[in-house]
Design a binder for this molecule. Structure first.
Ligand code: S3P
Length: 165
């Protein structure tokens, strides 16, 4: 199976890079968060509010297991996809896992631009640093390829991924 999974903390640019990558590969782009919103017929903040984080994670894992059965997709994953080992196994068994990394400062600046991410709403830079560091091990273990999305621009990140695939 040759899917490409883009993982990384919120605000590392997974969705933008997924679209750019499509110029190099004749693959379909799958936006996990948008797909979850369609399946649940609710926005991400509404899902968190009505079903809690666990309900969101269940929907996310269920959808991933379905998506992973198809081939030739660039899948932009929600930042918390690595929090369940079953998801990491599913991704590793069905494609290449590409991690986008960025500094807490860059992430903090980007995630505060809209209200779509309930887990970082109202959080300080220090809170974000703690969340990133709590997840570091999980991202590291899941990634086949890691690209620094703080110093490189979107085009550079994309070519770096293509080079390393
Ligand atoms: C989450 C990241 C979000 C979304 C949800 C939870 C996380 O996706 O899945 O708000 O736990 O990191 P993005 O990384 O696309 O913002």
């Amino acid at each position: 199976m040759n899917n490409i999974y883009l993982i990384g903390f919120m605000g590392t640019g997974k969705s933008t890079v997924a679209k750019k990558l499509q110029r190099f590969l004749p693959f379909q782009v799958v936006e996990m968060d948008e797909a979850i919103e369609r399946v649940e017929a609710m926005s991400i903040p509404e899902i968190f509010e009505k079903k809690g984080e666990d309900g969101f994670r269940n929907a996310e894992s269920q959808l991933l297991s379905i998506i992973a059965k198809e081939n030739n997709q660039i899948i932009s994953c929600g930042g918390g996809i690595v929090l369940r080992q079953e998801n990491v196994d599913t991704m590793k068994n069905s494609g290449t896992v590409v991690r986008l990394d960025a500094t807490p400062e860059v992430i903090f600046d980007r995630v505060n631009r809209n209200d779509k991410r309930p887990l970082v709403k109202g959080k300080t830079l220090e809170d974000i640093k703690k969340m990133i560091s709590d997840r570091e091990e999980a991202y590291k273990n899941a990634a086949d390829i890691t690209v620094d999305a703080s110093t490189l621009n979107v085009d550079e990140v994309t070519s770096e991924i293509v080079k390393q695939l």
